[in-house]
Design a protein around this ligand. Structure first.
Ligand code: MG
Length: 446
């Protein structure tokens, strides 16, 4: 018989087996089910036992059961006995806590793993003794890609718990998006929904250890290979955590050199100059054609819709019209009506631009070029955050092939192609609210 749970009263949600109970909601709990009080801080597991007289009795045991919960593309494992704390010791799993037995980069079988260093088990034990909460943060994109079954990864985590003799919580980002490191979604979930910690005593009370540290080739004697990524150092940087590599943390090695990405999104100036030369005028009183050149996600469409279209220009774009032939026809129609037109395509090479220069020439009007100067790194960063913003429905997802095809075909626009003027348009971020700015100003990777 399921046990009835009284309605939720306070503002901190309870949950039943991962289902959140809002204020005023009630539910039922069956044998083996778990009720969590105050977000996920206090688990109670229900156990019925049949006594000799045939009457069942129930007991609710506190925190005796480990649990898995799912929040969108985030999986959270809470081992029995995990307690909240204002001191967090965070770890990556692969290459930090465990490594492969086979010596291969990727495991060859579900059981192809071993604890990386013998120092790890005593270190985790001493952290728990000092009142730290031990938390693992892992990116497992293989789950979303269908290459790794969640059940297989879950039992691996449970095995690590047994072998490491530890007590920890695990955050697993199973796909792309806000939970994938270095974006800080998993950390925010920990702070807001699970741990409720307030303030750390010192910076070292919140720290992260990982091998995704951006170390270059030959970073130490006998360590030839460079790190495959810098994502976890960036994750720590986004959050403001002290960061250590496994060798620094467990073995006491000295700090290794590392490289950060060229693009620092915290330094992007939203008051920077928008275009060059500054003496140029963005729009014209006479009929004209403006041809864009720039990476996908370099800010072309936002720029045109903010600064040019409101002045009466016709907007031509291949994503909406389907082909360059349709774009050329739309230009011809607009010019016939005596209207100016902007062509918002990537137009990387002279061949793609010539189509519109020719249309302008035939109509006897000038053609200008707006070259959007955002780098590949900037454009990819913009694209990643577009994908994360649920409100952004007007942009289609851009894959790496599209970026690299632009890069491959790119030839800088020249006046000799028939342009009367070429403007450089800089990427200057603007934000509709504080929340989207906070998201955008994080380091990203991938
Ligand atoms: Mg790793």
């Amino acid at each position: 018989n399921p046990m009835s749970i009284s309605p939720q009263l306070g503002p901190n949600p309870s949950s039943l087996d991962g289902e959140k109970l809002g204020r005023g909601q009630s539910g039922k709990l069956s044998h083996g089910g778990t009720l969590y009080l105050v977000n996920q801080s206090h688990p109670f597991t229900l156990n019925y036992s049949l006594s000799s007289n045939g009457i069942t009795s129930s007991t609710a045991q506190r925190g005796l059961k480990s649990s898995w919960q799912q929040f969108g593309s985030l999986m959270v494992y809470t081992a029995a006995g995990v307690k909240g704390s204002d001191k967090i010791a965070g770890f990556d799993i692969d290459g930090c806590i465990i490594t492969t037995k086979s010596g291969k980069v990727f495991p060859t079988a579900p059981d192809d793993w071993k604890i990386l260093y013998p120092e790890i088990q005593p270190k985790l034990a001493s952290l728990l003794k000092k009142g730290y909460k031990v938390v693992f943060f892992t990116n497992q994109l293989g789950i979303a890609k269908g290459k790794l079954r969640p059940e297989v990864f879950k039992s691996k985590v449970e095995d690590i718990l047994v072998i490491s003799l530890s007590v920890f919580q695990v955050f697993v980002a199973t796909g792309p998006g806000i939970y994938r490191k270095p974006v800080m979604g998993m950390w925010n979930h920990l702070c807001e929904k699970v741990n409720l910690h307030k303030h750390a005593h010192t910076a070292c009370d919140l720290h992260l250890c990982s091998d995704a540290a951006g170390r270059p080739e030959n970073w130490a004697l006998g360590k030839k290979k460079k790190d495959f990524s810098c994502s976890d150092r960036l994750f720590a940087l986004n959050i403001g955590l002290q960061f250590y590599t496994p060798e620094e943390y467990f073995l006491g090695w000295k700090r290794a050199p590392y490289n950060l990405p060229e693009l620092n999104p915290t330094k992007l100036d939203s008051a920077a100059r928008l275009y060059d030369p500054p003496s140029a005028s963005l729009t014209s009183g006479d009929t004209e054609v403006i041809v864009a050149v720039g990476f996908p996600a370099s800010g072309k469409s936002t720029f045109f819709h903010t600064h040019v279209i409101p002045k009466g220009y016709v907007y031509v774009n291949r994503d909406t019209l389907g082909s360059w032939q349709n774009c050329v026809s739309a230009c011809e129609r607009a010019l016939k009506e005596g209207r100016s037109v902007t062509v918002d395509n990537t137009n990387p090479d002279p061949e793609s631009r010539k189509r519109y220069v020719d249309v302008a020439k035939a109509a006897g009007v000038p053609c200008r070029c707006f070259h959007f100067s955002a780098t590949l790194e900037q454009a990819k960063h913009n694209n990643r955050f577009r994908e994360m913003a649920p409100s952004d429905s007007k942009h289609a997802k851009v894959n790496d092939m599209v970026f690299h095809s632009y890069k491959k075909h790119f030839q800088a626009p020249a006046l000799s192609e028939g342009f009367s003027e070429i403007l450089q348009i800089h990427f200057v971020p603007s934000f509709k609210d504080k929340q989207s700015e906070t998201l955008f100003r994080q380091f990203s990777e991938g």
